[in-house]
Design a protein around this ligand. Structure first.
Ligand SMILES: [Zn+2]
Length: 247
C-alpha cells in the first residue's frame, strides 16, 4: 500500500455522500491532493477536527488513483483565532482559494506550503489583513513564476512614476512609451511598496505603512495578473472579502 505521511493544511472541505467529507490538502511533500475522509460526519469520529478548513496537521494518507484516503492524523494548529474574526477568516479563505486554484494536483510545492503557513501566522497577528493579503498575492505570483518587472519602464527604463502596469508584459511602462489596451495606471508609491513586498516578504510587515489608495492599486494589479497569467477571472472568496471590507 502506497502511503503519504506529510504536514498539510486543509484548503477546502466539503460534504461527500452521507457520512464522508472530501478535503483538499496542501501537503508539504506532495503538493495539492484530494482526500476522502470516511465517516467524519458521524458524531463520534475522531477525524472530525482534522477536516476543518484552515487546519494545519500531520496526515497519513493512502494514495489512491482518483482520491487519497485519510488513515490517520493529528492537529498541529487549528488557527482558532482566524475563525473568530470575519475579516481575518475571509482573508485566510481567499489565500486558500488562490492556492487551490493556481496549483495542479500532486506536484510538490514546498515553497508555496511554507508561504501559505507563514501568511496565516502573520495574519493572526496583523491588524491590517488587507496589507497581508497584498503581500501574500505578490509573493504567490512570484513563487508561481510570474513576478512583475518593476525596475523602471519596460521600454525606456524611466525610474519615476506614475506608470501603467501592462498585463501583456507583466511590467510597468511610463506614460511616454507604448502600452497595450490591457493596462492600468499605477503610482510610483504603489510600485515602491510592491518592490518592498517582493524583496522582504512578510519580514517586518507590521511596520510597513500602506495607504488604502496604494493597497487598492496593488490589489488591482494582482487581480489582473491572476486573470491574465493564471486564468483566475472570478475568485469567489475575493468578491466576498471585498464586500465585507466595505462594511
Ligand atoms: Zn518608457
Amino acid at each position: 500500500m502506497v502511503e503519504l505521511r506529510s504536514d498539510a493544511l486543509v484548503l477546502r472541505s466539503r460534504d461527500w455522500r452521507e457520512a464522508d467529507r472530501q478535503i483538499t490538502l496542501l501537503t508539504r511533500d506532495a503538493g495539492k491532493v484530494t482526500v476522502l475522509a470516511r465517516g467524519v460526519k458521524k458524531s463520534k469520529s475522531k477525524f472530525a477536527a482534522l477536516v476543518e478548513p484552515l487546519t494545519l496537521g500531520r496526515y497519513l494518507l493512502h494514495r489512491g488513483k482518483a482520491m487519497d484516503i485519510l488513515i490517520q492524523g493529528e492537529i498541529v494548529k487549528p488557527y482558532f483565532s482566524l475563525h473568530q474574526d470575519l475579516l481575518h477568516y475571509a482573508t485566510a479563505q481567499y489565500f486558500c482559494e488562490l492556492v487551490e486554484r493556481s496549483l495542479p494536483n500532486n506536484e510538490p510545492a514546498v515553497a508555496i506550503f511554507i508561504l501559505l503557513v507563514a501568511a496565516l501566522e502573520i495574519l493572526e497577528k496583523d491588524a491590517n489583513p488587507a496589507r497581508v493579503a497584498r503581500c501574500f498575492e505578490l509573493s504567490l505570483i512570484d513563487e508561481l513564476g510570474f513576478c512583475p518587472a518593476l525596475e523602471g519602464c519596460f521600454y525606456c527604463g524611466q525610474q519615476s512614476g506614475p506608470y501603467y502596469f501592462d498585463f501583456a508584459h507583466g511590467a510597468i511602462v511610463c506614460g511616454q512609451c507604448p502600452r497595450s489596451q490591457d493596462s492600468i495606471l499605477i503610482s510610483g508609491a504603489a510600485v515602491a511598496v510592491m518592490k518592498r513586498f517582493l524583496k522582504q516578504g512578510f519580514h517586518r510587515l507590521a511596520i510597513c505603512s500602506v495607504s488604502a489608495t496604494v493597497n487598492g492599486e496593488i490589489g488591482r494589479v494582482c487581480a489582473g495578473v491572476f486573470r491574465t497569467s493564471l486564468g483566475l477571472a472570478e475568485i469567489k472568496s475575493r468578491s466576498f472579502l471585498a464586500s465585507i471590507e466595505k462594511i
